[in-house]
Design a protein. Structure first.
Lengths: 752, 161
């Protein structure tokens, strides 16, 4: 029976409480098992040999010496991966990214892999593999890659989305355009137009846990994979497709995950581990080094963005346009498209146009990074918004409020908004005590807004009630940041039991139907929805059991606060039956009590945030310190406020690192110069202040509790908020992220 | 390669292991002694996830050789809770939601315990600098600092009574 997904404004008894997470003890005692923490009897150690070149033909791979090394049990190269893709180009891209096929496409691209009895032997074997390369011209800069004479990454790419269809190869894999109205008409109405170009450098998600897995795969085609992943069902489907296995014969278990932020949504070396296991017929454990993580897994795009916005003297924007060029690494992506979709989503615009380009370079394949593509677009747009406000002599917050999207606004990417939080977050910023704090010397304040779509997707959940009335909830989304606590709260709310009575487990791929990857801030939104429905399903079962026990029709039974009650005067002699009592009697009333739900959780609520940032810039060194930071974001409904705040703070911190410090630095030879945490410096504890948060709750009409999803939007405003703050502090507009000390000094010098 | 035989104490218990001379203490703890609460984030001493104490000195176990632990006392996250009771830092991390993914948590707990052993009443700034060798990518450190402040208070109270 389908359950109603509409928001109902029900009164909550446990939702919103700051309970202790159910996996807390596991995680503070070292008991929790992550990707690299599992072992199997007889396991081998897998290691991968990677290209030292940015772009090269692989003329020959000689593995003969390595094969003879005692303790080496299997070696694989591209030749060991037959093509099972059936002409599916995207699958082939994934396979080729996992293991090069004749050509190395970036510094760090896998070219061979070894399984040996221990790490020392495996490393020794890698050194004995002789690869003959012929270096090819390379390109690593997004603007360079778009030039007509640029080295071509793939000669089969023709730019999609261009009419007429091109006949020659290009590094631009696709062009996408969004918007409505006519921007030329809009710009003609403007009193002031500001146009500027911005650049952002490539950053990595920087999860502290490197990719790791333990793979077994027998000659019977039956395998198991223990892996750190955001989506074990997707990993199963992907590995099965790439290796020619039956989906049902591969069981994938998601370990505890040591951070993902989008970077663990794709397979990188898992098919390689499985193939090594198949070839050696032994379990293979493959753990990436940090250098491998930087060189060969999902960074975000570097970008180059032009923004043009025009406004009337009264502060109304008349037109906005942007061209967004996003580097997707060595394989086609959809990152420029997402940048174009999100760029103007915060505003109510009559004439708007955004064009996104996805551009191939000799860099690692780009993966999602928390609200992928939105922060870079917001950097450009929110910077120009500030410039316009200054020209118009308007307060930048008032200017944004005047132009903010609201219910009924047609979004620049198409849909018409329902109730949304951009206006309320800006009003909250305007009234926040942070805005009244006086700034000192060399200090500046910046404000910026951000948007993310959020996502729902396929979800499948089981709820089983034990004989003692305790509850097992099994979900298929992974717990990246405390979602077990939120989901246990939801089950407890629906069933009317204590939070402590619910134990949440992340089910492996053989215990539940397909669940989409935990991405798009969907964990609490979609598994929350499926948990509500699974619990209601179990309540229906318990009502029936109570009705049978009492010998009355089930429509005379209601469920209230964890007990079944018989309605009506004729039943007044029937004492209520608690969940515990019904569970205890279940063996004699029809067997175990379970609730189940599968759903495509449509209707994810769009999410908006507005951030305030104060910085102090040392004019001698160009070094910037964030001295105060405030996040205001619409959560829809905060199921567990601690972990909502945690998402706000974590996203802001990642954005601060991106804005001020983090960047991939490539040498002229196209190799990555800073593939380690020493030289790619993410914010440390002493870099940051406390990060204030304010949670707004504007219910999502398409979720029973109003949940929107909170994981991603918080990384969208920081680049721009800090850009605006630094620009205000130094009196020079910053247009290149990260605003590292040398860039800030140069901007100050250039202005003088 | 012949191994080195090492006798040491881990979390108060005597242990013996044989490891190649080039093997890190982190690999010994994780792979030979099954103490997988010691996490590897980088292997180069930049992230602090593998933090342990060596004779009460805080170290990155990936930068120490297994062979160097001969005759010394090693403390890992697995040794924090005593007699079935969580350490006040462990309790505070749970109470303050100071972890999201949890991979950095063992290192933070060991480093924070080392800090509070040296300085029972650290300022916010002292906490931030003492924990600057431990990377966390999820939390923005806000709730971690608050948890350490709260645990320090509890521990001072315990000491007085």
């Amino acid at each position: 029976m389908p359950y109603e997904t509409d928001y109902t404004n029900q009164k909550f008894s446990v939702i919103g409480n700051r309970v202790n997470r159910p996996d807390g003890v596991d995680k503070v005692t070292g008991r929790a098992k992550y990707g690299a923490d599992a072992s199997a009897a007889g396991q081998l150690v897998g290691k991968i040999l990677r290209s030292p070149h940015a772009h090269a033909l692989i003329k020959k791979i000689d593995t003969s010496k390595a094969e003879k090394l005692p303790g080496v049990k299997a070696i694989v190269t591209g030749d060991d991966f037959p093509d099972f893709t059936g002409g599916n180009r995207s699958l082939m891209d994934t396979l080729e990214n996992c293991m090069a096929r004749g050509r190395a496409l970036y510094d760090g691209h896998a070219v061979a892999a070894v399984a040996a009895v221990d790490a020392q032997t495996a490393n020794q074997a890698l050194k004995l593999i002789k690869v003959t390369y012929k270096k090819l011209p390379h390109v690593t800069d997004v603007d360079e890659a778009m030039k007509p004479n640029a080295p071509i990454v793939h000669d089969w790419i023709r730019t999609a989305g261009v009419d007429p269809a091109p006949t020659t190869a290009s590094n631009i894999s696709q062009r996408n355009e969004f918007g409505h109205g006519d921007v030329e008409t809009g710009f003609a109405q403007a009193d002031i137009i500001i146009e500027k170009t911005f650049k952002t450098e490539q950053t990595h998600q920087g999860y502290i846990e490197p990719h790791a897995c333990l793979a077994t795969l027998g000659p019977d085609g039956v395998g198991e994979l223990w892996v750190t992943t955001q989506g074990h069902f997707t990993f199963r489907n992907m590995c099965a497709s790439l290796l020619g296995l039956d989906v049902a014969k591969l069981k994938v278990t998601s370990s505890e995950i040591g951070g993902g932020f989008g970077g663990k949504t794709h397979v990188w070396m898992e098919p390689v581990a499985l193939q090594l296991a198949r070839k050696s017929n032994r379990p293979v454990k493959l753990v990436m080094t940090r250098e491998e993580v930087f060189k060969a897994t999902g960074p975000t795009s570097s970008t180059s963005v032009d923004v043009k916005i025009g406004a009337k003297k009264n502060g109304r924007i008349t037109a906005a346009s942007a061209e967004l060029r996003y580097q997707s690494g060595a394989f086609p992506g959809m990152w420029g498209m997402l940048g174009a979709m999100t760029s103007f989503a915060c505003y109510d615009l009559k004439h708007v146009k955004s064009v996104g380009y996805d551009v191939l370079c000799n860099r690692p394949k780009v993966a999602a990074y928390r609200a992928p593509s939105a922060p870079m677009a917001a950097f450009g747009v929110e910077s120009v918004i500030d410039l316009l406000a200054a020209e118009l002599k308007m307060d930048p917050v008032e200017f944004r409020i005047k132009n903010a999207a609201k219910k009924g606004t047609q979004a620049s990417y198409g849909p018409v908004y329902g109730p949304i939080g951009i206006g309320p977050t800006l009003e909250a910023v305007k009234n926040h005590p942070h805005m009244k704090k006086r700034l000192g010397k060399n200090q500046g304040r910046g404000v910026a807004c951000g948007f993310w779509f959020n996502f729902g997707g396929q979800t499948c959940t089981d709820l089983n009630i034990g004989i003692d009335g305790s509850v097992n909830l099994t979900v298929g989304t992974v717990d990246v940041g405390g979602s077990r606590a939120s989901l246990a709260l939801i089950a407890a709310e629906e069933l009317g039991v204590d939070y402590d009575q619910v134990r949440v487990t992340i089910g492996d791929t053989s215990s539940l139907g397909h669940n989409d990857t935990t991405e798009g801030s969907r964990g609490t939104f979609s598994s929350g929805m499926a948990t509500i429905f699974a619990a209601r399903n179990a309540v229906d079962v318990m009502k029936q059991r109570a009705a049978d026990t009492w010998g009355i029709p089930v429509d005379q039974v209601v469920w209230e606060e964890g007990v079944a009650r018989a309605k009506g005067r004729q039943n007044s002699n029937l004492p209520p039956l608690s969940l515990k009592e019904i569970a205890a009697k279940s063996p004699r009333t029809g067997g175990p009590i379970a609730g189940h739900n599968e759903v495509v959780a449509d209707g994810a609520g769009v999410s908006f945030a507005s951030h305030i940032c104060d910085v102090e810039v040392d004019p001698e060194t160009g070094s910037t310190r964030v001295i105060r930071y405030t996040v205001v974001q619409d959560a829809g409904k905060a199921i567990h406020p601690d972990y909502v705040e945690g998402q706000f703070q974590g996203g802001a911190a990642q954005g601060i690192g991106w804005a001020l410090n983090e960047e991939y630095i490539y040498g002229d030879d196209g190799t990555l110069q800073n593939a380690g945490f020493l030289d790619y410096r993410i914010p440390v504890c002493s870099d940051l202040p406390f990060i204030d948060t304010e949670i707004l709750e504007i219910p999502n009409p398409n979720h029973p509790y109003g949940v929107r999803g909170v994981g991603e939007t918080s990384i969208v405003p920081p680049l721009a908020a800090i850009g605006n703050a630094v620009s205000n502090a130094v009196g020079v507009r910053m247009t290149h992220v990260p605003m590292s000390p040398p860039r800030i000094l140069k901007a100050i010098e250039d202005a003088q | 390669m012949s191994g080195v035989t090492v006798s040491a104490k881990v979390n108060g218990d005597a242990v013996q292991y044989v490891c190649p001379p080039s093997e890190s203490l982190m690999d010994v703890l994780r792979n030979r002694l099954n103490l997988t609460g010691v996490k590897e984030g980088c292997g180069t001493g930049d992230c602090g996830a593998c933090s342990v104490t060596l004779d009460d000195r805080l170290v990155c176990s990936c930068l120490v050789l297994g062979a160097e632990a001969e005759g010394r006392a090693i403390g890992t996250v697995e040794g924090l809770s005593q007699d079935g009771e969580l350490h006040p830092l462990q309790t505070a991390f749970i109470d303050h939601a100071a972890l999201q993914c949890g991979i950095c948590t063992p290192g933070f707990l060991v480093a924070a315990k080392s800090l509070l052993g040296r300085n029972p009443n650290p300022s916010e700034e002292e906490i931030r600098y003492a924990l600057a060798g431990n990377l966390c990518r999820c939390t923005g450190y806000d709730k971690i600092v608050r948890a350490v402040q709260s645990a320090a208070k509890v521990m001072r109270k315990q000491k007085r009574s």
